[in-house]
Design a protein around this ligand. Structure first.
Ligand SMILES: NC(=O)c1ccc[n+]([C@@H]2O[C@H](COP(=O)([O-])OP(=O)(O)OC[C@H]3O[C@@H](n4cnc5c(N)ncnc54)[C@H](OP(=O)(O)O)[C@@H]3O)[C@@H](O)[C@H]2O)c1
Length: 317
């Protein structure tokens, strides 16, 4: 089967033939991949800085949407034909940029009907990251004020929507191309991140003292974002730029982890139209190297997705 990945850690992304996955073993399902998300985090996997359980040569990719084609023993929640999405880490055998993968059945959830394959594939990592930042790291409560720095991005945009659903009042940073979308996501106010004094404007909006909580989704962004947080407030970063404690602000680093309970609820919100995500760019599996390059460079108007095509039926099991 076709897969896109690396022959060695740090190597270039290539298209190659991999053996069909063996299995499924107990508790596993084989998924015929329809689409797989591409994020700049995949380049972190490619370089070896994020260990997701892969041994080269292997496909990359840590999020997917597809159809279950075989189930192992002890799998009660899924049958062949079920449509699923997931962030199935640690990966088993290979990553999601492949025609088929074997995954832990506990790490995929039902894809809501009516949600496109592309949207479903691009959803798990940013949605889980945003949810874990808000509910676990920041514990954002109703009526609290929240700054989302980098709300023009996929993760930041979902964080705005989730925070509004929690009853928070959200102020966000975004560039001119994204500002309208961030307002539609529910932000009460948007400030342009190109204005270097934006943290002062956020403090003013929050009554002078600063916001209760802040999420930074911008590489190196927490140094600016903390200036907008009130003393005793909380700041979480998803870009690994946590500052040492100071300013009387609590800091947290957030690194996404699979959580099928959270993903089930998030997917339901997506299916009900209470969360939305617009894919920016869809490319075929054989253009995975270019897709990763586009994801790393950004500016695609939304997440990048690979579409796969199946070439043969999964053997009867
Ligand atoms: N820790 C984790 O587990 C985790 C999980 C997911 C993502 N991440 C990281 O989080 C970051 C965001 O991910 P993403 O997928 O949301 O990225 P993305 O969709 O590519 O977001 C890029 C957007 O950020 C905005 N931006 C760029 N520079 C900015 C600045 N100086 N100030 C404010 N906004 C700025 C731009 O929007 P405008 O149009 O508004 O300029 C740009 O379109 C990435 O670095 C990613 O690796 C980490």
């Amino acid at each position: 089967m076709l897969a896109a990945g690396v022959r060695e850690i740090g190597g270039p992304v290539e298209l190659f033939d991999l053996p069909e996955p063996a299995g499924p073993g107990p508790g596993e399902v084989v998924v015929d991949v329809e689409a797989a998300g591409v994020g700049n985090w995949d380049d972190i996997v490619r370089s070896g800085a994020w260990d997701v359980g892969l041994t080269p040569p292997t496909a990359l990719g840590v999020e997917l949407a597809g159809t279950v084609v075989a189930v192992g023993s002890n799998v009660r929640d899924f049958r062949p034909g079920d449509e699923v999405l997931g962030h199935p880490l640690p990966l088993r055998h290979q990553g999601c940029w492949a025609q088929r993968v074997v995954v832990d059945a506990a790490l995929v959830v039902a894809k809501p009907p009516g949600v496109s394959w592309e949207t479903a594939a691009a959803f798990p990592v940013p949605a889980l990251t945003a949810e874990q930042a808000l509910s676990e790291a920041l514990r954002v409560a109703e009526n609290e004020t929240l700054l989302v720095h980098g709300a023009g991005g996929t993760t930041g945009g979902l964080a705005v929507q989730l925070a509004v659903l929690r009853g928070a009042r959200v102020i966000a940073t975004a560039g001119p191309a994204s500002a309208d979308r961030v307002v539609r996501a529910g932000a009460a106010e948007v400030v342009d991140h190109r204005d270097r004094s934006w943290p002062d404007r956020v403090r003013e909006w929050a009554g002078g003292a600063g916001v209760d909580t802040a999420l930074s989704a911008v590489p190196g962004g927490s140094a600016d974002a903390v200036r907008a947080v009130r003393e005793g407030g909380r700041l979480a970063t998803i870009t690994g730029d946590r500052r040492s404690a100071g300013w009387g602000v609590g800091f947290a680093d957030v690194y996404v982890r699979p959580d099928s309970g959270q993903l089930t609820k998030l997917s339901a919100l997506l299916g009900e139209g209470r969360l939305s995500l617009s894919v920016g760019l869809t490319m075929p599996l054989d253009e995975a190297a270019a897709a990763l390059d586009r994801a790393v460079r950004g500016g695609n108007g939304g997440p990048v997705v690979l579409r796969t095509e199946s070439t043969k039926e999964w053997p009867d099991t």
